[in-house]
Write a protein that binds this ligand. Structure first.
Ligand SMILES: [Zn+2]
Length: 295
């Protein structure tokens, strides 16, 4: 089953903003709340409204867990962090060092601006250098009060700084983009390999061994039941299927460029609200090049 409603999606879990690029909120104890994922700046006002309605006092937000450096997974941070006086941002050491480079910050800013500006009431944004960050690493166990703990899981391939957060008590996995993008028409996982193909496959293989009752990717809502259980295996086989299609075409004289255009046409619509056209096409090209040059 798949849940895409804005608001309560489980007894202790809320989906904020939009299921296309959601942020998740849950209480870690009677006083404090945590956020997972960092969205796009266009939704900053909607997300702030949702948080205010649920939590009341914004001083009760204590943790904000980020999965990777991509613009659609941290774009809201600079706008909303100034509203949360007691919050700290948790991200992998690799994500934190990416944020330290001017180039990464500029890519995040310009892509967010292309997709849609944050509301005027939120122009008071914090500089990346002033974000209160806590660098974490794969293998860490984060204890959040007495009821929650997160195991930090390495999930490189889509992005090499990417981590997932696994809550063993609830068998709940915040997997971000490690599985790719869920195809809403066909019900399978489309690969999104943007940094390292071998790592991408290795990540999917490792994720198959986790018991997952609730799967929460970076886009598309909350998955449960068989959809959650079989997701990593499906993502792996879909990835290999795309690689086979590519190899077949190349053996028959077609090039990466033509296949990238076909995939772009086939897949762009689902993410058109938050992925600029040119970026989508370039991303398809990048993925196919990584697959074509696999050793
Ligand atoms: Zn991503």
């Amino acid at each position: 089953m798949r849940t895409t409603t804005r608001g309560k999606v489980d007894d202790d879990l809320y989906l904020l903003g939009s299921s296309q690029v959601p942020i998740y909120l849950f209480p870690i104890n009677v006083d404090y709340w945590a956020l997972v994922e960092g969205g796009i700046s266009m939704y900053a006002a909607d997300v702030l409204q949702d948080i205010t309605n649920i939590v009341g006092d914004l001083g009760r937000i204590s943790h904000w867990f980020i999965t990777h450096k991509h613009y659609d997974h941290c774009g809201i941070l600079p706008y909303l962090m100034p509203k949360f006086p007691n919050a700290r941002v948790y991200a992998s050491e690799a994500t934190v060092s990416a944020w330290r480079t001017a180039k990464t910050r500029e890519v995040i800013r310009s892509l967010n601006d292309q997709v849609g500006q944050a509301n005027d009431s939120l122009i008071d944004r914090i500089d990346w250098a002033d974000l209160p960050v806590v660098p974490i690493k794969p293998g860490d166990n984060l204890c959040l009060g007495s009821k929650y703990s997160f195991h930090v899981v390495a999930t490189p391939g889509h992005a090499n700084d990417q981590i997932a957060y696994y809550d063993p008590g609830r068998e709940r996995l915040f997997v971000s983009d490690a599985l790719g993008e869920f195809d809403e028409t066909d019900g399978v996982w489309r690969p999104l390999v943007f940094e390292d193909y071998a790592s991408y496959l290795g990540t999917l293989h490792n994720l198959e061994f986790l018991g997952v009752r609730q799967l929460i990717p970076g886009h598309g809502g909350l998955f449960s039941g068989e959809l959650a259980k079989n997701a990593a295996a499906n993502a792996y086989s879909e990835c290999r299927r795309l690689e086979q299609r590519l190899q077949w075409r190349m053996r028959n004289g077609f090039d990466v460029e033509g296949f990238a255009s076909d995939l772009h046409r086939e897949w762009r619509r689902q993410s058109a609200d938050f992925v600029p056209e040119t970026l989508h096409l370039a991303s398809m090209r990048r993925m196919l090049c990584l697959m074509a040059h696999r050793r």
